[in-house]
Design a protein around this ligand. Structure first.
Ligand SMILES: Nc1nc2c(ncn2[C@@H]2O[C@H](COP(=O)(O)OP(=O)(O)OP(=O)(O)O)[C@@H](O)[C@H]2O)c(=O)[nH]1
Length: 219
């Protein structure tokens, strides 16, 4: 697989959490064709919506200062394989690379929602037995197209809740702030997962999702 690196930033070294060193987060965007993965990525990187994005698979690096700390986002804007025979396909390389996942569907496209459902299962299965569940945020994009809605907000929310994922409905076309919230929420989940890595396991990441998304759980 050919992946373009769109900046000079390093992609391999993960710096230490808990110090003032730069924090690096590898974020993988997955989802069916045409759901707006590139639109989300470009919105986050440039604050702009440009309309047409081509079909290049790319990794971008983007540094930002959040809460006084420098964060380097490495963002892999993937292409879903055409005529894919494996539902919810994610390559081993992608699973190994990613610290966190943004799974995108279009609220106008029920088939794309099913792809996200399969992707959630695949990611959860792949990390089964790992000491922590992978941080995942599910995104219903194209919220501006209400008249063409095919997936309710409730369905998206339930899917995310059932799999302990974050959830947002946004419009990459209309606004920057929803896109920013998606990346920042995933970063927070990644940071908490790293902090909990030693010992807390799945219970810890479930609590993290609850904390970041304000969900109350009975134990
Ligand atoms: N109305 C509307 N259109 C959007 C939105 N986000 C993306 N689009 C449009 O949807 C189309 C597909 O967007 P892309 O970002 O290329 O989607 P993608 O998931 O990267 O597509 P692939 O490259 O095929 O995987 C483009 O025409 C975008 O302009 C949105 O929030 N609202």
């Amino acid at each position: 697989m050919v992946v373009q690196v769109k900046s000079s930033a390093h992609h391999s070294s993960k710096t230490m959490e808990g110090s003032q060193q730069k924090v690096e987060a590898n974020i993988l965007l997955l989802g069916a064709e045409n759901v707006g993965k590139s639109a989300l990525t470009v919105r986050f990187l440039t604050r702009r919506f440009i309309g047409e994005y081509g079909d290049m698979e790319s990794v971008y690096s983007h540094s930002d200062r959040i809460d006084g700390r420098e964060i380097c986002f490495n963002i892999w804007d993937s292409l879903y394989p055409q005529n894919c025979a494996t539902p919810g396909y994610v390559s081993e390389e992608q699973l190994q690379w990613a610290d966190g996942f943004i799974l995108v569907y279009s609220i106008c496209d029920r088939a794309s929602f099913q792809v996200v459902r399969q992707l959630v299962q695949r990611i959860r299965q792949a990390r089964k037995g790992a000491e922590r569940a992978a941080p995942v945020v599910v995104v219903g994009n194209k919220r501006d197209l209400q008249h063409r809605r095919a997936v309710s907000g409730e369905e998206g929310r339930l899917l995310a809740l059932a799999a302990d994922c974050g959830f947002f409905e946004i419009s990459a076309a209309e606004a920057y702030h929803g896109v920013l919230a998606v990346f920042h929420a995933l970063l927070e989940l990644i940071r908490r997962a790293r902090a909990l890595k030693k010992g807390a396991g799945l219970r810890g990441i479930v609590r993290s999702v609850s904390a970041v998304f304000g969900r109350r759980r009975t134990e």
